[in-house]
Design a protein around this ligand. Structure first.
Ligand code: ADP
Ligand code: MG
Length: 227
């Protein structure tokens, strides 16, 4: 039996080489196995490879060498279309700079991935309403991103990432643009979804202050996992 059978995602011997100048190894021989229900904090200083690793785990970028396997499916054997479908259905992304659609309200931003997926309108209303309430955004449904604080924008972005009920959420420095109190609130929301809904999180941060939220801390240094 494959001892990784129950992993939600794993990567094996992942190396990413950028042929710029003398060449940069953004990642070197990275092995990581994540199981359902984990909350992994991917910690490392700027330039250690966190974004590169999250992009490879999310199928946004392909490794120079090595393999990523999500729920038994090898990314190397999947087409770009297959990967795009997997990203839409089973992965949620949260970024440092929120990346909301400025022309859409908070409600519409959260509903957006559900519209694309063809979810029936009644179900969209139900899901968006319940997310707005869990994210403490009830009074902000009709606000545009520019009318929201950074913390509110990030909560909308979390709602958008969680709306399609992905099993795995990848967050790249989600608190990097927030003050420390708002940052803690975002981490508490992640923990709440992790604990109550069993969604798996991999959250990258250059700060060690968030270790308390994680079920496991993985440390990256110069493209290698050191701990
Ligand atoms: P982090 O997110 O931890 O700050 P990154 O994954 O962004 O780290 O970067 C890891 C290393 O790879 C850095 O040395 C960075 O300069 C390099 N790198 C990242 N993206 C590229 C790219 N597109 N071309 C060349 N080098 C890159
Ligand atoms: Mg980064």
């Amino acid at each position: 039996m494959d001892r990784y059978e129950n992993a939600i995602i794993r990567c094996h011997e992942v190396t990413k080489f950028y042929p710029v100048g003398d060449g940069v190894f953004a990642l070197q021989n990275v092995h990581l196995v994540v199981y359902p229900g984990e909350f992994v904090l991917l910690e490392g200083p700027s330039g250690s490879g966190k974004t590169t690793l999250l992009n490879i785990l999310g199928g946004i970028d392909r490794p120079s060498h090595g393999e990523v396997i999500m729920k038994g499916r090898k990314f190397s054997r999947m087409s770009e279309d297959d990967l795009a479908l997997l990203r839409r259905k089973d992965l949620g992304f949260v970024f440092q700079f929120f990346n909301l659609i400025p022309e859409l309200t908070a409600w519409e931003n959260i509903a957006f991935p559900l519209r694309i997926a063809g979810v029936p309108p009644s179900e969209i209303h139900e899901r968006v309403g319940s997310l707005l309430s869990r994210l403490h955004l009830e009074g902000r449904a009709n606000h545009y991103p520019i009318e929201l604080s950074g913390g509110e924008q990030q909560r909308v972005a979390i709602g958008r990432a969680l709306a399609p009920k992905p099993s795995l959420i990848l967050a790249d420095e989600p608190t990097g643009n927030l003050d420390s109190k708002t940052a803690r609130e975002v981490m508490e929301l992640f923990r709440d979804f992790n604990q109550r809904d069993g969604q798996t999180f991999i959250v990258a941060s250059h700060a060690s202050e968030f270790e308390q939220y994680a079920t496991r801390v993985v440390k990256l240094r110069d493209g290698r996992i050191v701990e």
